[in-house]
Write a protein that binds this ligand. Structure first.
Ligand code: GDP
Ligand code: MN
Length: 363
């Protein structure tokens, strides 16, 4: 609501910044983006917006990763848009291949089966590589290894679906992601100073068919490793299983050491040993979220309320008023409490002190 002139006083003129970080503070952090050469047009649009809203003031370096070499055109074109350092890297085969304990024939059958059931990205092998890379490898990529924190956002242009209705629906969505608010503080420094290790802007439910056994495997891992947690209950319990809530990982600001930790590595290795990144269609968002559930407290996870963000049809909008710094498009609804499948109410209701859940190994 817009105040009338008479209502304007010193309080309404104060910019509602949640956290002021001190000038000069800086984190050892990078913007990490996995993408394809063919996504250059959408990526240029997104980088332009991201620079204008944030990075032209902060100059955080970019790391672009691709399973194929970036073209000179891609590199030159991206470099026109920023004064920040940019690095372009190849994802090695060791991080982007079907491991030898996975049965290739069974993978083929799974792809065909998922495709025939019209499950989003169900028939795509590259999508599975992408999810596995984001779950278990990107933080150790040679270009990422030197950093402590990362910010990633994903730049979607193609929804691979055999369903013609879905194809038309998604072709209408404007490519790229959007940032709606000027950000006047450094979110990496905010994370560091407040002991936050993971963050999100959108939380929602997953398509159940993509993860038939992921919750059960997570329970097994938790038992085998005597996991004691205060936060996993956000995602489910023994009685009802998984509630399908997760933080949407196409936007993340997080600690890289969270994933480099041996506890997380053991979780990933266990999940990978099942072959179900390929036989099913496990998303990295679910893996990251359940790991956060097992290994973090709620206080270590941050909701970036003040970062307006949109990807596909999902948007986190911020209405900070006539003196604010956000501009949400009029045709985009705020997903937070209106969207079908939003998990924000669950996040809000989850107690800060957590809910204790102790697992014991059976033998
Ligand atoms: P969604 O965000 O889950 O809908 O998945 P997307 O298809 O948008 O994939 C996320 C992003 O990861 C894409 O926009 C690409 O930038 C990147 N990506 C996905 N698959 C590949 C791939 O096979 N190779 C490369 N280089 N990038 C990929
Ligand atoms: Mn996408």
């Amino acid at each position: 609501t817009y105040p009338t002139d008479e209502n304007i006083n010193s309080t309404t003129l104060t910019t509602p910044i949640i956290t002021q970080t001190q000038e000069g503070d800086r984190a050892n952090a990078a913007i990490v983006i996995l993408c394809r050469n063919s996504e250059l047009p959408a990526m240029r649009r997104t980088i332009r917006e991201f620079e204008d809203r944030f990075n032209r003031k902060y100059h955080y370096p970019y790391v672009f990763l691709n399973d194929e070499p970036f073209t000179n055109t891609f590199i030159k074109s991206i470099r026109q848009l920023t004064n920040a350092p940019t690095e372009f890297g190849l994802v090695p085969d060791t991080m982007w291949s079907v491991p030898d304990w996975v049965d290739e024939k069974q993978v083929e059958e799974a792809l065909a089966d998922y495709a025939s059931r019209n499950i989003l990205y169900g028939g795509s092998l590259s999508y599975r590589h992408m999810c596995r890379f984001n779950s278990g490898f990107f933080y150790n990529h040679p270009l990422v290894a030197k950093y402590d924190y990362y910010w990633t956002w994903i730049n979607n242009i193609s929804i691979i679906s055999t369903d013609p209705i879905l194809q038309i629906k998604y072709r209408r969505v404007e490519p790229g992601v959007h940032f709606f608010c000027d950000l006047d503080y450094d979110p990496f420094v905010y994370m560091q100073k407040n002991n936050k290790l993971y963050s999100f802007t959108i939380t929602l439910v997953e398509i159940p068919q993509t993860i038939p056994t992921l919750w059960d495997h997570t329970m097994r891992f938790a038992h085998q490793n005597n996991i004691k947690t205060n936060f996993l209950r956000m995602f489910g319990d023994e009685e009802n299983g998984y509630n399908y809530c997760h933080f949407w990982s196409n936007f993340e600001i997080a600690s890289l050491d969270l994933w480099r930790d041996e506890k997380y590595q053991a979780y990933f290795d266990y999940l990978d040993s099942t072959g179900n990144f390929f036989y099913e269609r496990w998303g990295d968002a679910i893996v990251h979220s359940l790991a956060a559930g097992m290994f973090l407290n709620k206080s270590q996870v941050h909701f970036f309320k003040d970062i307006g963000y949109q990807h596909d049809n999902f948007a986190h909008c911020v209405d900070d008023g006539v003196f604010g710094k956000c501009m949400c498009p009029e045709n985009v609804a705020n997903f937070d409490y209106n969207g079908w499948g939003t998990c924000m109410p669950k996040w809000d209701a989850f107690p800060e002190e957590g809910i204790r859940w102790d697992f014991k190994s059976n033998g």
